[in-house]
Design a binder for this molecule. Structure first.
Ligand SMILES: CC[C@@H](C(=O)O)C(=O)SCCNC(=O)CCNC(=O)[C@H](O)C(C)(C)COP(=O)(O)OP(=O)(O)OC[C@H]1O[C@@H](n2cnc3c(N)ncnc32)[C@H](O)[C@@H]1OP(=O)(O)O
Ligand code: CO
Length: 134
């Protein structure tokens, strides 16, 4: 069911500093920051030949990455995002398998203007999983 690795996300305390690190120290191709108020984060993408790194900074009150950053003040790996051909079929299959789909279970439009869902990290080997419609 899961397809390509779309991105690996890293939560950071300072998005400008992390963008400089990826652009200047690592020589990556780094996008401009984009606020995603519906997701409570500001996002920068680093384009790699085979996938992307998503740098995330909390945005606004109640950001879903705030407590993660409180626990990991210098930042850390936050989630992996797999592409799926049919996100509703994937969701229904996962629910039938007993996995917890986060939020209200309905896909939201993500950073690539495609529907996304999140799966509880405790159900996937301690790793928060994002699914994105391919
Ligand atoms: C830009 C849009 C989009 C895209 O298109 O790419 C995005 O990527 S948005 C990214 C941000 N959005 C989300 O992460 C939404 C889904 N996340 C959540 O709903 C919450 O973050 C969460 C997964 C429910 C965790 O919330 P939190 O407040 O941290 O909950 P707890 O403190 O109760 O933690 C419970 C338990 O889970 C462990 N945990 C939490 N986060 C992670 C994580 N990222 N990876 C692994 N484990 C995680 C946490 O340590 C707790 O464990 P215990 O202490 O053992 O109970
Ligand atoms: Co993501």
């Amino acid at each position: 069911m899961i397809g390509r690795l779309n991105h690996v996300a890293i939560v950071v305390p300072d998005l400008a500093a992390a963008s400089r690190l990826y652009a200047e120290t690592l020589g990556g191709k780094v996008s401009a920051p984009v606020a995603q108020p519906a997701h409570g984060v500001t996002v920068v993408f680093v384009e790699l030949p085979n996938t992307k790194i998503e740098l995330l900074e909390p945005l606004g009150e109640g950001s879903p990455v705030k407590s993660f950053l409180d626990r990991n003040p210098s930042g850390g790996m936050h989630h992996v995002c797999y592409e799926v051909d049919d996100i509703l079929a994937a969701r229904d299959h996962l629910k039938a398998e007993g996995a917890r789909v986060l939020g209200d279970g309905e896909p939201k439009i993500g950073a690539h203007d495609k529907p996304v869902l999140f799966l509880h990290p405790k159900d996937f080997c301690g790793t928060l999983v994002e699914l994105e419609q391919a």
